[in-house]
Design a protein around this ligand. Structure first.
Ligand SMILES: Cc1cc2nc3c(=O)[nH]c(=O)nc-3n(C[C@H](O)[C@H](O)[C@H](O)COP(=O)(O)O)c2cc1C
Length: 367
C-alpha cells in the first residue's frame, strides 16, 4: 500500500498542510515555570522539519487558577510563556510546518498542592468533598463564564502570535469532557441533565472562541468516548446519538473534529467498520483526525503506568487503506513521534527498518 496518501497536502480555508501527518498533543512536563524553553522549541522544530504537517502542542493551560493539574506544564498566558510559544511558532513555520496549541483546563482532576497556587482545589461541574474538605469546587455560573473567557483569550493570543489555529481539549475526562459525561456532571441547572444540556458549556466555549478569533481561523475540537476515570465510558451508544451530540458543536464553530481513540482500527458501533473519526466525518461533513496506536503494536495507556513493555513498530496498511477510502482526513501520531522526530520522514522514504520502538524511557527526555 503506497504511503503517498499520508503525504498529500490538505487544505481547509486558510489552513494548508504539507502532509496528513499530525503530531498528537502530548504533555511532556519540560517547561519549568510554565514557559516553553529552547529545548521545547527544538523538539517541535525537529518534527516539522521531518514531514509532520500539523503539530498539535502538548496541553497548555488557559489563564484560570484551576486549569493546571501537573508539574512543569507550559502556560498559554503571561508574557514569558507566550514569548516562548512565539519562538516555537516561528521555528515550526521556518521548516514549512503548521502548529496549533492544545488549550487545556484539567477541571476536577486537579489536586490541592498543584502549581501555580497550591491552595486551589480542582474545579468541576459538581462539588466533591473528602473527609469534610472540598476537593472539587462545583463551578458557579460566574466560574463557567471565567473559564470560557480564559479560553477565548488564549485563542486570541494564539492568533496574535501566529499560531495556525487552536485545539480545544474536550477529551479524556478533563474539564470540558467532565461536563459532557454524566459520570462527572450531576448538575441540575441548564449545564446538566440531558447530553444537550451537558454540551452547553462546550458550545458556549466554542462560540466564545469563534467570536474572539473571527471566521477563517481553524478551531479543532478533540473529544473522546473513553475517560481516564473509566476507559469503558461512552458518551453515546449509537450513530444517531453521535450525530445529535456533534451537530451543535459543529454549528458553534468547530472546523475539524479530532476523534480520540486508543486503537484507530476499532469499529465505533456494531454493523459498520467505520471508526469514531469515520462516523464523525460522515455525520458532520467536517474533516476529521483519527488517532490511536498508529504505527505501534500496543496502546498508550499501557505505558502510562510503570511497565517495561515495549511497543514495536507495526504495519500502516490498514491505516493507509482507510485514509485512501477517505474515512478520515488526517492522522495523528503520538508515541511513535515522541520517541522519533524523524518518524514521518522514515515512513515517507520507506525506511521501515529504521523506525524506533517505544518504551516509557522515551518520556524521560525531550529529543
Ligand atoms: C506522554 C503522553 C502525553 C499525552 N498528553 C496528552 C495531552 O496533553 N493532551 C491530549 O489530548 N492527549 C494526550 N495524550 C494522548 C495522545 O495525544 C494520543 O491520543 C495517544 O498517545 C494515542 O496515540 P498513540 O497511540 O499514537 O500514542 C498523551 C499521550 C502520551 C503518550
Amino acid at each position: 500500500m503506497p504511503v503517498k496518501a499520508l503525504f498529500k497536502p490538505f487544505n481547509l480555508g486558510g489552513l494548508a498542510l504539507p502532509s496528513r501527518v499530525v503530531m498528537a498533543p502530548m504533555t511532556r512536563s519540560f517547561s519549568p515555570g510554565g514557559v516553553p524553553n529552547s529545548k521545547v522549541i527544538e523538539y517541535y522544530r525537529r518534527r516539522a522539519a521531518a514531514g509532520v504537517g500539523l503539530i498539535i502542542t502538548e496541553g497548555t493551560t488557559v489563564a484560570h487558577k484551576a486549569s493546571n493539574g501537573y508539574p512543569n506544564v507550559p502556560h498559554f498566558y503571561g508574557e514569558a510563556a507566550l514569548a516562548g510559544w512565539k519562538k516555537v511558532v516561528d521555528a515550526v513555520h521556518a521548516e514549512g510546518g503548521k502548529i496549533v496549541p492544545q488549550l487545556w483546563h484539567v477541571g476536577s482532576v486537579r489536586r490541592i498542592g498543584t502549581e501555580p497556587d497550591a491552595t486551589v482545589p480542582g474545579y468541576g461541574p459538581s462539588e466533591k468533598t473528602k473527609d469534610g474538605q472540598v476537593v472539587v469546587h462545583g463551578m458557579t455560573h460566574q466560574d463557567i463564564q471565567d473559564v470560557i473567557a480564559a479560553f477565548a483569550q488564549a485563542a486570541k493570543d494564539a492568533q496574535r502570535i501566529g499560531m495556525d489555529g487552536v485545539e480545544i481539549h474536550g477529551a479524556h475526562g478533563y474539564l470540558v469532557d467532565q461536563f459532557f459525561w454524566e459520570g462527572s456532571n450531576q448538575r441540575t441547572d441548564e449545564y446538566g441533565g440531558s447530553l444537550a444540556n451537558r454540551s452547553r458549556f462546550a458550545i458556549e466555549l466554542i462560540q466564545a472562541v469563534r467570536a474572539a478569533v473571527g471566521e477563517g481561523f481553524p478551531i479543532i475540537l478533540r473529544f473522546s468516548q473513553w475517560k481516564q476515570q473509566d476507559y469503558t465510558a461512552r458518551l453515546v451508544q449509537t450513530p444517531e446519538a453521535l450525530g445529535e451530540f456533534l451537530q451543535p458543536l459543529s454549528d458553534a464553530g468547530v472546523d475539524i473534529f479530532h476523534c480520540s481513540t486508543r486503537r484507530f482500527w476499532e469499529p465505533e458501533f456494531e454493523g459498520s467498520p467505520l471508526n469514531l473519526a469515520g462516523w464523525t466525518r460522515k455525520l458532520t461533513g467536517k474533516p476529521t483526525i483519527t488517532v490511536g496506536s498508529v504505527g505501534l503494536d500496543g496502546e498508550f495507556l499501557q505505558f502510562m503506568v510503570n511497565t517495561d513493555k515495549v511497543a514495536q513498530p507495526a504495519s500502516l496498511e490498514n491505516l493507509l487503506e482507510r485514509l485512501n477510502n477517505e474515512e478520515f482526513d488526517l492522522v495523528a501520531v503520538g508515541r511513535a513521534l515522541l520517541v522519533d522526530p524523524d518518524w514521518a520522514q522514515k515512513v515517507r522514504d520507506g525506511r521501515e527498518e529504521d523506525i524506533q520502538a517505544f518504551s516509557r524511557e522515551a518520556l524521560m527526555t525531550l529529543v
